[in-house]
Design a protein around this ligand. Structure first.
Ligand SMILES: C[S@@+](CC[C@H](N)C(=O)[O-])C[C@H]1O[C@@H](n2cnc3c(N)ncnc32)[C@H](O)[C@@H]1O
Length: 267
């Protein structure tokens, strides 16, 4: 049995518990908070990287943000998303292999808990920079870990490679982005995962009948461990916003006033 939350069965269980095709904590509440204050009038073409089953991409399309493209490496998720959400263009695509001209000129590139799952994050960020227009925005909601510490071992390989909150500005700068703000969302993540655990309990019969008792044991055990790691701050959550770092010839491009709140821009 393929016990992974990023497997098609894992995503289906999460979608049921979350009452929508979301595989990130906080579902629509997290999306609304993440986009709060973005210069919406400058955003017309959006790229959802690691879009999964497509619920988030559809949220942007339904809320009138413009033309949305969702990419994911997982063929089953893309097939599902295409059937379910015809307003969005979905492509099976490894972010690290995105090429021009298919991927260029996006006003907003966003990821909801997807970067942690991509082994080569540097290459992924470079390709996303290539796909963004000058002055384009990067929005990241993701797991974090304390600097120079491994992710909690009890979460196994499923937790992938959470980003380092302290050094995310350097990582972005090295890949053509300029950090605008980073917010510590660890307390929010903890509340959202506590809610999710309650919803698994409510959906117990459906999970057991559809996927078997071993799946129920796996998801509840894994998310409880994740929730405890958040409480102990061995794992965290963040909202990061960045804009493209332009070479000198783009200096005339007006600075995008991004946000209120947050921890403040890097110099
Ligand atoms: C936790 S899910 C999040 C899905 C979606 N963003 C959401 O919030 O519902 C992470 C997603 O990243 C995708 N992914 C992992 N590596 C990828 C890669 N190299 N290129 C594109 N997608 C990738 C996985 O297939 C998975 O669907």
């Amino acid at each position: 049995m393929d016990f992974r939350m990023n497997s098609p069965a894992g995503k289906a269980i999460l979608a049921r518990a979350r009452n929508g095709d979301y595989a990130h904590p906080g579902e629509e509440e997290a999306i609304a908070a993440a986009v709060d204050g973005l210069p919406r009038e400058r955003i017309h073409r959006l790229l959802d990287v690691g879009c999964g089953r497509g619920g988030t991409a559809d949220w942007f399309w339904r809320h009138g943000w413009g033309e949305v493209t969702g990419v994911d490496i997982d063929a089953a998720s893309i097939e599902y998303a295409r059937m379910r959400y015809p307003g969005v263009r979905f492509l099976q695509q490894d972010v690290c292999r995105m090429e021009r001209p298919q991927f260029q000129g996006f006003d907003l590139v966003y990821l909801f808990t997807a970067l942690y799952a991509i082994p080569d994050q540097t290459e992924a960020l470079r390709r996303m920079r290539m796909a963004a227009r000058p002055g384009g925005i990067l929005l990241l909601v993701d797991y974090t870990r304390p600097a120079a510490q491994p992710p909690p071992p009890e979460l196994g390989p499923e937790i992938g490679n959470p980003i380092e909150f302290e050094t995310v500005g350097d990582t972005l700068a090295a890949t053509g982005w300029k950090l605008q703000t980073r917010e510590d969302w660890t307390p929010r993540f903890a509340v959202w995962y506590e809610n999710l655990l309650e919803r698994f309990a409510r959906e117990r019969d459906w999970i057991v009948d559809t996927h078997g008792p071993d799946w129920y044991g796996y998801v509840t055990g894994w998310y409880e461990a994740l929730w405890k790691a958040l409480g102990a701050r061995r794992l965290g959550g963040t909202l990061v916003r960045a804009t493209t770092r332009e070479p000198a010839r783009f200096a005339a491009e007006p600075f995008l006033p991004l946000i209120h709140g947050g921890e403040g821009a890097e110099p």
